[in-house]
Design a protein around this ligand. Structure first.
Ligand code: SAM
Length: 305
């Protein structure tokens, strides 16, 4: 028997294949029809938000393969679920949470985090690619998640209030707009700036004092070019709370290896500098090792509150 997620994928896929438009444009049409109640998938009740997210994710991934959206890698579920766990633990004492994802892409990471959040959450999402924003916005409506979208270069001024937590899978590589990069402390005195460095600076700027900013970053972040400048900046503007190395099995080659960086924005209430949690995430298919890792992480959160 098909799961609800599979039924949603089959429903979208069949309709998207029938149109003479590009597949992802077809996905947008089907989702619009679904929202307007013109054509809806037949699903087994109750339908969860995670089932809807997974069904849509499969259809979008299918379209991305066909349309070769190489610069817009969707954040994989394994990493999304881990970030969702970490975010919900760090936010557990809040009665409601505001979230920012300045590089939201399809929204897969953001919605995994929102679906998992035990308290009410509202989000701000920024993305430069118009097609991805249309897909992400429709997904938010189908999931009934409250998200405000901004279609722009996230490194230009953002007109949003500081949030409780930033969660993002940043674009990696050189940022092409040198003039705009001059507005950042992390613009190097020579050569081009790294977009992933500027995204960290921009995110901290939009985090409330005492709030958190979580990034998926290249594993060599603190060894690459301009790393010394980044380190100085982080020491001054943030508290580095954790660096979690993701398992190598998740990445096709060593150059693509990523880590999760957890920063906290300093506030007057934080009097001491806590120790940085440096840990390796175990192979995620090893359930026992993973459960142990999450338990240790939860304990660390409790001890560091
Ligand atoms: N978490 C996303 C998801 O689950 O689909 C994937 C994020 S992907 C790794 C990075 C995203 O950053 C891409 O969608 C890309 O279009 C976007 N991006 C790149 N440069 C940007 C910029 N300057 N401003 C806003 N978005 C940007």
């Amino acid at each position: 028997m098909m799961t609800n997620a599979e039924k949603i994928f089959t429903f979208i896929n069949e309709h998207a294949q029938k149109t003479d438009k590009l597949y992802l444009e077809g996905v947008i049409d089907v989702c619009n029809n679904w929202l307007e109640g013109k054509e809806v998938p037949t699903l087994a009740e109750p339908v969860t938000k995670e089932e809807i997210r997974r069904g849509l994710q499969l259809a979008i991934l299918n379209g991305m393969k066909q349309q070769a959206q190489v610069n817009h890698q969707m954040t994989p579920d394994s990493i999304g679920m881990l970030l969702a766990h970490i975010t919900s633990k760090l936010m557990q004492d809040q009665s409601a949470v505001t979230i920012l994802d300045p590089a939201v892409g399809t929204g897969n990471l953001l919605y995994t985090v929102m679906n998992y959040m035990p308290v009410e959450s509202i989000a701000f999402a920024v993305e430069i690619d118009d097609l991805l924003v249309r897909l992400a916005a429709l997904t938010a409506e189908l999931l009934e998640q409250e998200v405000s979208f901004i279609v722009q270069d996230a490194l230009r001024p953002l007109f949003i209030d500081p949030v409780d937590v930033v969660v993002t899978d940043v674009p990696v590589g050189y940022y092409p707009d040198d003039d705009n990069a001059l507005n950042y402390q992390l613009m190097p005195s020579e050569g081009h700036s790294y977009a992933h460095h500027l995204f960290i600076e921009q995110s901290l700027k939009h985090t409330k004092p005492g709030g958190y900013a979580l990034f998926i970053v290249p594993e060599n972040l603190f060894e690459s070019e301009h790393a010394a400048q980044l380190h100085e900046f982080l020491k001054k503007e943030s508290i580095i709370r954790a660096v979690l190395q993701l398992p190598t099995s998740l990445f096709k080659n060593a150059a693509l290896q990523k880590s999760i960086l957890v920063l906290q924005k300093p506030s007057e209430q934080i009097k001491t500098t806590p120790e940085v949690l440096l840990a390796k995430v175990p192979n995620m298919s090893n359930k026992e090792a993973m459960a142990g890792f999450l338990q240790d992480f939860d304990l660390w959160v409790r001890q560091n509150e």
